[in-house]
Ligand binder design. Structure first.
Ligand SMILES: [Zn+2]
Length: 472
């Protein structure tokens, strides 16, 4: 008996495989008479290659010359301390705006913080932001951030030389450079360039801005937080300029007990909107940035550590951290000194400007692609239990907000696959049934796509995957 089963098993397997292959091949032809938009956008190749290492070097040197940008440092001087630094960043955004006919709304977002462990006395924590307002869907935001503030070994030391060249002048320089490039184009959605303060003292600048966004009902599609994008020499001796990391939360910080119970039976542990933004960043690197392979880290941040994407996650917003792969702890949060022959301190020689330019290119193509694409589909639902078919549905996107909408794309993958492997363009509809595709065996999602082929991130069905933090 056993022998018999063994002998027919290969035949059965072959038949099963053929069956699956046949089904997929037929569904990949798609609904009749649909022409899928193009899969590649040449303009993104151009944008990805545009960031200038010279501009980034210039801006990092400028920021280092303020001596310290500690959140509690002096604010009166025009040449020293965080006040001078943020005023320079604001003037730089205004200069960029002047060269695009005033296309940026530049202002500060601040609040007074006091009584905190790392901010005991009343301190004005001031962020500088620049909004490139979208022409069709102005309340949808894609955001890039870096941090203004720097520190040395003692986090409360607000006077010592704290160059913060990599942590995080590199993130600010990248954000300014992305603004220079993307302000030469027009987008249906709004792009926000942000310089945040108070990061080292407890993520206060991010909290202030995320709170303002929530109060004002911003539909934030993604925040790309850039924190340390210039170091290529790791503490472990590895020197590498061809990889970078993107960190993202797996389940949402705001998930309720009820949503967690639903997730237990329907999945979504690795499909928060932040995680699908990370997959989007990974795809952008593969398609548009030469010699850059992303390491998608299935963690909200480095082990036990944090960054300015976290306050956005805390509000339910999709937000990821983009950073170098190889960190050097001798150059982070250290007094500038030489000890036992080791050079400590976050100095300019620890920054590779070409590498920071490359990661800036990655940010720029991601922002541009999302802002040119329609919004991610809302209210995505799935059904198909105990059935041969799987059906996804979603709300049709308001054509006023997405004048270039071509339609939607269904994605699926094996449950153990890290990235979306299969897709089908289904045109302008608000539901689609994948025939003979068993819901149990794959994860599914849906993206929107413009006529030029710009795609939104993939939305996993249900509350854990939803981008609808705020609805208009
Ligand atoms: Zn830091």
């Amino acid at each position: 008996m056993l022998k018999n089963i063994r002998s027919i098993l290969p035949t059965v397997l072959t038949l099963l495989l053929f069956n699956v292959t046949f089904t997929w091949a037929s569904s990949l032809n798609g609904p009749d008479s649909l022409n899928a938009p193009p899969g590649t956008q040449p303009v993104l190749h151009d944008i990805g290659a545009r960031p200038s290492a010279d501009h980034i070097e210039h801006d990092i040197r400028k920021l280092v010359r303020f001596g310290t940008r500690h959140t509690l440092s002096e604010t009166k001087s025009d040449t020293h301390g965080i006040g001078a630094a943020r005023r320079w960043i604001q003037s730089e955004f205004e200069r960029i705006s002047d060269s695009c006919g005033g296309c940026l709304e530049v202002y500060t977002v601040s609040d007074t913080i006091a009584g905190e462990r790392r901010i005991p006395n009343p301190t004005n924590v001031v962020n500088v932001i620049a909004i490139q307002r979208g022409y069709a869907d102005p309340n949808r935001y894609v955001m890039m951030s870096g941090d203004i503030d720097s520190r040395v070994s003692d986090v409360m030391n607000d006077t010592s030389f704290a160059p913060g060249a990599n942590d995080n002048a590199s993130g600010i320089a990248g954000t300014l450079e992305a603004a220079r490039i993307l302000t030469q184009y027009k987008f249906p959605a709004s792009i926000v360039y942000t310089a945040l303060s108070g990061e080292e003292q407890g993520l206060f600048g991010g909290k202030i801005l995320a709170q303002k966004a929530k109060t004002e009902g911003w539909r934030i599609e993604a925040l790309l937080n850039n924190d340390m994008i210039g170091n290529i020499q790791g503490i472990n001796g590895v020197v590498n300029n061809t990889t970078a990391r993107v960190f993202s939360e797996g389940t949402r910080a705001v998930e309720t007990d009820k949503e967690a119970r639903i997730r237990r039976y329907t999945g979504g542990e690795v499909d928060s909107p932040s995680r699908n933004v990370a997959r989007y960043v990974n795809k952008m690197a593969d398609k548009y940035i030469d010699h850059l392979d992303m390491m998608m880290i299935y963690r909200v941040d480095r082990f036990g550590r944090g960054g300015h994407h976290l306050p956005f996650n805390d509000m339910g917003y999709p937000a990821v951290r983009i950073m170098e792969t190889n960190e050097n702890y001798h150059r982070q949060h250290q007094d500038v000194r030489v000890e036992n022959g080791i050079h400590y301190g976050d100095v300019i020689s620890g920054v590779n400007f070409d590498y920071a330019a490359k990661l800036t290119g990655l940010n720029a193509v991601t922002l541009a692609s999302m802002a040119w694409a329609p919004q991610p589909p809302s209210n995505v639902q799935i059904k198909g239990a105990v059935s041969a078919n799987t059906t996804l549905s979603w709300d049709a996107i308001d054509p006023q907000k997405a004048p270039d909408l071509a339609g939607y794309k269904i994605y699926w993958r094996r449950t153990t696959a890290p990235t979306w492997t299969n897709s089908i363009y289904v045109g302008k509809t608000d539901h689609y049934t994948l025939k003979n595709t068993i819901i149990d065996n794959y994860f599914f999602g849906v993206a929107s796509i413009s006529k030029d082929g710009f795609e939104s991130p993939v939305v996993f069905p249900g509350p854990n995957g939803s981008f609808d933090v705020v609805k208009d």
